[in-house]
Design a binder for this molecule. Structure first.
Ligand code: ICS
Length: 539
């Protein structure tokens, strides 16, 4: 990354928290740390947001239904709760899918809900849920129906699991299962990921033992096909001769997930949302997993090479090199054209649980420096790049993995590589089950902030005046009114894909257009206006 003179992080931290009451300031200080890539400091993460602070976080239901289950096209996802929970989660994540033909099932565009009313809160909603499941079955005859609990369900005690079991038995040819992903569980959507992983693993993985053809069979975990990202990764895998058994869960189907245990390797794009699945598949079936990153061209090339290295096949390695050599020139041409215009510019990224890290690769390729970054709901390992035991007990569902370790069935357990082979790969430098962590990659004195508050991000912009700010829709227009372009890294605004080689080119072009647009200089930020002027403007 380009050399920039960063202001003193300690005094900035004080400026960020000095308006808070003492107790709040004390708590927030632990989540705001000056980075040192050589001696990674500890950062407080995955703790409850202080009530009253405006956070960017989502809820457990969002992480379970929206993130993990939502992208699977042939499952009917029924939200048990008031209509708003379903309505506001209706395709806003821009996860795409591609049915084999237009006649094939695709329920992603639908919005299914039991539309819970006061009457159900008082007298119970189980009857209504049963009717909804029956109705969905009669209309669509789907392979699977999943039920998602929203906050009131947990409070009134409807048993979605019992209802699901009963309806599964009654319907006969439809897999019905529920998720206790009430919004208030855990401290963010992160708990919802965990609940979803447990449910998908328990109710889907392993249901279909068909052996598909292919020499190098993998599952892609933690890629949700936002803006078509998974399509680009699929293209590269196919071109390299690697067979994709299942995706969790971008562009996925129920059938593929049920067959996932037949793969020989799990590659993990978003570790935060799906590490549980990787661990469970390794524990029960002996499928190893490794971390990859298809955001950024260097990372994409590295990830393809890692897969080839794992299989150790000379032909595959040659093919991967051929693919990289074929794809690179087009990317290089664009980057050489754009880089002189983006070199030396600065960025801030406050996104989710993996992208605030992954997208720094693309900015580095543009010669841009990340001044400050943080996740909304990631855990310490995602920052520090080392194993850190969870600091909170999420909920009863999280016991599943521990149970699994005890009850792992030796008949199903078939290690794809012996411990000696894995050791050999590691000795060659291949990171298996690796932790990444954004801090190793960020410059000295950059500011790492977990669960940044709205107030803090406004302050950050005022102090650092970055050339671009990356976050979500809740921040977009506030930031842009301050004269700084905001790139949505959740939905990509209207853009994407940004993965792989073709995606990188899309990203470079979009960022070039944003940071070099003269319109931002025409907007007066609040601190640039005289007080009277800004008062007037607010009327
Ligand atoms: Fe993973 Mo928005 Fe992913 Fe990440 Fe996760 Fe979410 Fe999105 Fe964001 C997600 S699964 S929905 S990469 S696709 S919950 S953009 S952690 S916050 S950075």
């Amino acid at each position: 990354p380009a050399k920039v003179n960063l202001p003193d992080p300690a005094s900035i931290t004080e400026e960020l928290i000095n308006k808070y009451p003492a107790k709040v300031a004390k708590k927030r200080r632990k989540s705001i740390v000056a980075n040192d890539p050589d001696t990674i400091p500890e950062v407080q993460a995955n703790v409850r947001t202080v009530p009253g602070i405006i956070t960017q976080r989502g809820c457990s239901y969002a992480g379970c239904k929206g993130v993990v289950l939502g992208p699977t096209r042939d499952i009917v996802n029924i939200v048990h709760g008031p209509i708003g929970c379903s309505f506001y989660a209706w395709l806003t994540r821009r996860n795409q899918t591609r049915p084999e033909t237009p006649e094939h099932e695709n329920y992603i565009t639908y919005c299914f809900s039991t539309d819970m009313q006061e009457e159900h809160v008082v007298f119970g909603g189980e009857k209504k849920l049963k009717v909804a499941i029956q109705e969905a079955y009669d209309l669509f005859h789907p392979k699977a129906i999943a039920i998602f609990s929203t906050c009131p369900v947990g409070l009134i005690g409807d048993d979605v699991h019992a209802v699901s079991r009963e309806m599964k038995e009654k319907l006969g040819d439809c897999n019905v299962f529920g998720f206790s992903c009430e919004g208030y569980r855990g401290v963010s959507q992160s708990a919802g990921h965990h609940i979803a992983n447990n449910g998908v693993f328990k109710h889907m993985v392993g249901n279909n033992n068909e052996i598909k053809p292919g020499k190098f069979k993998i599952n892609l975990l933690g890629e949700y096909n936002i803006g078509g990202d998974a399509f680009e990764i699929e293209r590269l895998l196919e071109k390299s001769g690697i067979t994709l058994i299942a995706s969790f869960s971008g562009n996925s189907t129920v059938g593929a997930m049920e067959n996932a245990h037949t793969a020989d390797l799990n590659i993990v794009q978003c570790h935060r949302s799906i590490n549980y699945m990787g661990d469970m598949m390794e524990t029960k079936y002996g499928i190893p997993w490794m971390k990859v990153n298809f955001v950024g061209v260097e990372s994409t090339a590295k990830s393809l090479r890692k897969i080839a290295e794992y299989f150790g096949d000379a032909e595959l390695k040659a093919k991967v090199e051929e693919v990289i050599a074929e794809e690179m020139p087009a990317v290089k041409e664009i980057i050489e054209e754009i880089r002189p215009r983006t070199e030396g510019k600065t960025a801030m990224l406050f996104v989710g649980g993996s992208r605030a890290h992954h997208y720094q690769d693309l900015f580095n390729e543009l010669g841009m420096t990340t001044l400050s970054a943080g996740y909304e709901f990631a855990h310490r390992d995602d920052y520090e790049g080392r194993e850190v035991l969870p600091n909170i007990k999420i909920d009863a569902d999280s016991k599943n993995i521990e149970e699994l370790k005890v009850t792992a069935d030796p008949e199903l357990y078939n290690p794809r590589k012996s411990p000696e082979e894995i050791e050999e790969l590691k000795a060659k430098g291949l990171e298996m089950n690796g932790y990444t962590g954004m801090m190793k990659q960020m410059v000295h004195k950059s500011l790492v902030i977990d669960d940044v508050s709205h107030y803090e991000s406004e302050k950050l912009i005022e102090i650092y005046k970055p050339d671009i700010f990356c976050a979500g829709i809740k921040k977009k227009y506030v930031v842009q009114k301050m004269g700084v372009p905001l790139k949505q890294l959740h939905s990509y605004d209207y853009g994407g894909p940004y993965t792989g080689f073709k995606g990188a080119v899309n990203f470079y072009k979009d960022i070039d257009r944003m940071v070099n647009n003269p319109v931002w200089k025409m907007i007066k930020a609040p601190w640039e206006k005289a007080e009277s002027e800004s008062l007037e403007a607010s009327y």
